[in-house]
Design a protein around this ligand. Structure first.
Ligand code: FES
Length: 180
């Protein structure tokens, strides 16, 4: 299914810029040797900020730069939910799929989003605007079902209407910034 992956999925990933490596060095200097994990996380955050996601090639570059095993970096990337392991759309919709949300219409809300956007869970829309992702409990079960937009903004009590309004608003927002 072609809409399942972002269009840029197959594009080659350019090596990290010298300015990026310089940012790494400034972060690494903040941490003593025994806090290597914090240094790895800081570098991953920089790569994601600059590129939108963390590719395997960039993981290897971080490992080489920090002098740690590539697997050690990869384990950090996969352990934490905030690192994107593939290109994501401009708006990342992280739908909570844990039980309390499921018991209060979470699956129905997810299916509505899948239909509306024309992608399945994990997919990115062909226009690169939306990526649908699965999230663990967001600690807002009382407002179930919920999702997190771009790791920041909570959308609670998701009804079909509410989801439609959100998609419309985000699409309009994207159109506005493109026209500028
Ligand atoms: S189960 Fe969805 S927020 Fe807790």
């Amino acid at each position: 299914m072609s809409s399942h992956h972002a269009p840029s999925d197959a594009a080659p990933v350019p090596p990290l810029a010298a300015s990026t490596l310089a940012r790494f060095d400034r972060e690494v200097a903040k941490y003593p040797k025994e806090q290597a994990l914090s240094a790895v996380m800081a570098c991953l955050a920089i790569v994601q900020q600059e590129h939108g996601w963390v590719s395997p090639a960039h993981e290897r570059e971080i490992a080489a730069h920090l002098g740690v095993a590539p697997m050690a970096v990869h384990e950090v990337t996969t352990f934490y939910n905030m690192y994107n392991q593939r290109p994501v759309g401009r708006f990342k919709l992280g739908v909570c799929t844990n039980l309390p949300c499921q018991l209060r219409g979470g699956a129905d809300a997810l299916h509505h989003l899948e239909r509306r956007l024309g992608v399945e869970m994990g997919g990115t829309t062909a226009d690169g605007l939306f990526t649908l992702q699965q999230n663990e409990c967001l600690g807002a079960c009382a407002d179930a079902p919920v999702m997190l937009v771009n790791d920041r903004n909570m959308c609670s009590f998701m009804s079909h209407d509410k989801l439609d309004q959100l998609i419309d608003a985000l699409t309009a927002e994207a159109g506005k910034t493109e026209a500028q």
